[in-house]
Design a protein around this ligand. Structure first.
Ligand code: AQP
Length: 331
């Protein structure tokens, strides 16, 4: 059976990249009847620095955003990663199968490590914990962006190594790549970069909590190029193409249709069209988010219920792992 597993880090306020690239896709998969599991990856957030209180509040905010996007806790499983200790347990077993050389060669690791004086081992293990996150539920499909494809290859490699050493316990997880570009929303200030929670410039991203005015302002200030025409050429004209992409995602259009609506408009005029579409798209999510933020008890209840279901699933898989590896069964 298929099982979709994905995580979100509580490292900042969620933005439109997270929404289109992750939240909305999970909701669409839920609507298609898939077995969807979404977790807030608080353990992953330890590779960066964060105050305890901030981690806690961001975790709740992220869970609220997932629900505001339309995930239904009766149909999908929503929980906090650290609430299921099996993630960390399986991570250790997998870490003993992974090689340092393979992990140290991953581009994302090299990029991040290059900016640090002291590189935490956890950063190196990041893809191993990601593999554990998926395998601990026998996840089969992972909705990711192209930038995560390599990490999924690490997971596939770990599945093979595990099978060789101990026997069959996991399916090989596969990437679910979108075909609408929703996995590559660019920064509004520097379209060569992705829109990111941790970008120091708040104008680089649109938050799910931004008001209509703020959305309009950020889109108006979005960096394009000196050509006032609106065209769709993500490689050559990343800035204006990112606006076309956002317009498409907000309104359910393909680029040709968006360009039709842009006919006769300069890119400055087109920004108003894009801003309107985004305001309409964000407004209902923002309203639900606001309601949920005022109901922390409900959020805790949803997460508690989700964690209980996730634990049951992880325990089942762990039974098999324990049997194969000689660890005592602990159901
Ligand atoms: N720019 C983006 N376009 C499309 N999808 C995106 N995602 C993140 N940025 C974009 C998707 O959102 C989910 C959350 O992943 P994460 O919490 O692990 O964060 P991240 O991928 O490292 O990127 P962020 O949100 O910008 O955070 P920081 O700045 O902390 O790195 C994933 O499904 C991701 O693909």
């Amino acid at each position: 059976p298929r099982r979709v597993v994905t995580g979100l880090q509580p490292t900042g306020e969620l933005h439109l990249g997270n929404y289109f690239g992750a939240l909305r896709r999970c909701v669409q998969l839920q609507e298609q009847g898939e077995d969807v599991m979404v977790f807030i990856a608080d353990l992953h957030s330890f590779t960066g620095r964060q105050e305890a209180g901030e981690r806690q509040s961001r975790t709740l905010q992220a869970a609220a955003a997932v629900l505001a996007a339309g995930l239904q806790p009766e149909r999908a499983v929503l929980f906090v990663q650290s609430a299921v200790a099996r993630h960390a347990e399986l991570c250790w077993l997998l870490a003993c199968l992974a090689t340092h050389a393979r992990l140290a060669h991953l581009p994302q690791y090299k990029e991040k490590a290059a900016t640090m004086k002291e590189v935490p081992v956890g950063l190196l293990l990041y893809p191993v914990l990601q593999a554990a996150d998926i395998l601990v539920y026998r996840g089969t499909h992972v909705p990711v962006g192209a930038d995560q494809a390599q990490h999924l290859q690490v997971a596939a490699q770990l599945v093979r190594t595990f099978h060789h050493r101990y026997g069959r316990a996991f399916p090989t997880p596969r990437a679910l790549l979108p075909d609408d570009g929703s996995d590559r929303i660019r920064s509004l200030r520097d379209p060569s970069k992705k829109m990111s929670k941790s970008d120091p410039d708040p104008k680089s991203r649109i938050l799910l909590t931004d008001s209509d005015d703020v959305i309009r302002l950020k889109i108006r200030k979005a960096v394009t190029d000196c050509n006032p025409q609106v065209t769709f050429d993500p490689e050559g004209r990343a800035g204006v193409s990112n606006l076309v992409r956002l317009h498409c995602l907000a309104r359910g259009l393909v680029p040709e249709e968006a360009l039709c609506e842009a006919e006769g408009l300069t890119s400055a005029q087109y920004k108003e069209v894009v801003a309107r579409a985004l305001c309409e798209c964000v407004a209902p999510v923002r309203a639900r988010l606001c309601e949920l933020a005022a109901r922390p008890r409900l959020l805790h209840e949803v997460l508690r219920h989700g964690a209980a279901r996730a634990r049951r699933r992880a325990d089942e898989v762990y039974e098999r792992v324990a049997e194969l590896t000689g660890l005592p069964p602990r159901l």
